[in-house]
Design a protein around this ligand. Structure first.
Ligand SMILES: Cc1ncc(COP(=O)(O)O)c(C=O)c1O
Length: 384
């Protein structure tokens, strides 16, 4: 089941190019990250002595910055030398965790809709992927279905919160329930927390590793690219107890081995700068404004848009999308309205009966979002 076809993102980005459409499909920001971070990396780029391989598990100043970040934000105690692995974005963090921990024949669960690479990586590990649907339209945790899956045998859970694509932020009650199940049924958790600093409506991200009964069975993943709007740098990290991190590092050494020292230095500078609240305050304020522009605009056009509590995507549907299906609707919108969104069918193992919704990314500048809304408005007649 390892995919041999281009992903839905590649397919939709191709359509965006073909039709010269505004791309609210792929989740990369259309604006720059902080100049001071680029300067920190640039200083090393022009100096001698920084162009070779670095420590396999990560440049120590970055590992130390990650350990301080986890301590300052979440009270997690990590040893920079032992409990952290710097990866090529969270994508490699996912690969190293899944390949390091899942054994052939294991059953690995994740909530649907899911981030697209999960099933592919699980299948690469020779394990079985099981999707557990969150209950639309509010994407609630179905506790009974989750318990059934645990009882049937679950060896690992990939838990993404704040959640792409639904905008769900798992609350304390849900996390406690999941952590209790993990302890009772003895499975590990890969906590994909790349949107940890993007929460809205008074929600707060709580890492599942901060719960006592999940701490010693969780690998947490973070992404520099998401928090600092520099996705192209592909710097991420995995952290957790030595009992799990030994295997994650072992997988990482044969995936990418290490990331450029120059970029790791910039990422360390970035994480250390979070000691002052200024950056994150303006980061969240900017995203909150873009979220409001997109969600209000889509609702004004008659789309049903569930509240987005975290991450930078909004799901939208309307009777037309439901009638013709999200995949077809996405192609028509790209071609006629010149707006690209991602049909969410691809985020289900068996899309039969899945909600017909489109995912719009709001990690774009106001002008792009406004332009997309204007294009949709011009073609509103399509939606009948
Ligand atoms: C839920 C989720 N996990 C992981 C990633 C990958 O992050 P990175 O760009 O750091 O590899 C993404 C990127 O979109 C994501 O949305």
């Amino acid at each position: 089941m390892f995919p041999t076809q281009p992903s839905i993102f590649a397919e939709m980005s191709k359509l965006a190019l073909e039709h010269d459409a505004l791309n609210l499909g792929q989740g990369f920001p259309s604006f720059e990250g902080p100049a001071a971070i680029k300067e920190a990396a640039a200083r090393l780029l022009v100096e001698d002595g920084h162009q070779q391989y670095v420590r396999m598990a990560g440049h120590l100043p970055l590992c130390e910055a990650i350990a301080s970040h986890q301590k300052n934000f979440y009270g997690l105690e990590l040893n920079a030398g032992e409990h952290i692995c710097v990866t090529a974005g969270a994508t490699e963090g996912l690969a190293a965790t899944i390949l390091g921990l899942a054994k052939p024949g294991d059953r690995i669960c994740a909530f649907e809709p899911f981030y697209e690479c999960y099933p592919a990586l699980v299948s690469r590990a020779g394990a079985h992927f099981q999707g557990l649907r969150l209950r639309a339209p509010r994407y609630e945790l179905d506790r009974e279905a989750f318990l059934n899956a645990c009882e049937a045998g679950c060896d690992g859970l990939i838990l993404n919160t704040p959640h792409n694509p639904t905008g769900k932020v798992f609350d304390e009650d849900e996390l406690n329930f999941i952590a209790e199940c993990a302890a009772k049924y003895d499975f590990w958790i890969c906590a994909d927390e790349v949107y940890e600093h993007l929460t809205f409506e008074g929600r707060q991200h709580r890492p599942i590793a901060s719960l006592a009964n999940a701490n010693d069975r969780t690998v947490s993943l973070g992404s520099f690219g998401k928090t600092f709007s520099m996705t192209g740098w592909k710097i991420g990290w995995a952290s957790g107890p030595s009992s799990l991190m030994t295997s994650v590092r072992a997988a990482h050494q044969f995936l990418t081995f290490c990331q450029p020292k120059i970029l790791q230095e910039g990422a360390a500078h970035a994480l250390n700068s979070l000691q002052s609240p200024d950056y994150l305050q303006s980061f969240v304020t900017g995203y909150n404004q873009r979220r409001k522009t997109l969600c209000d605009g889509l609702r004004e056009l008659g789309f049903d848009v569930p509240q987005v509590n975290g991450a930078y995507f909004a799901l939208a549907t309307n009777p037309w999308v439901k009638k013709i299906g999200a995949r077809r609707a996405a192609s028509i919108l790209a071609e006629k309205a010149k707006v690209v969104a991602i049909p969410c069918n691809s985020f289900y193992i068996d899309p039969l009966g899945c909600p017909q919704t489109l995912r719009f990314a709001f990690c774009k500048d106001e002008k792009t979002i406004q332009g997309a809304l204007k294009n949709l408005k011009k073609h509103q007649a399509l939606f009948v």
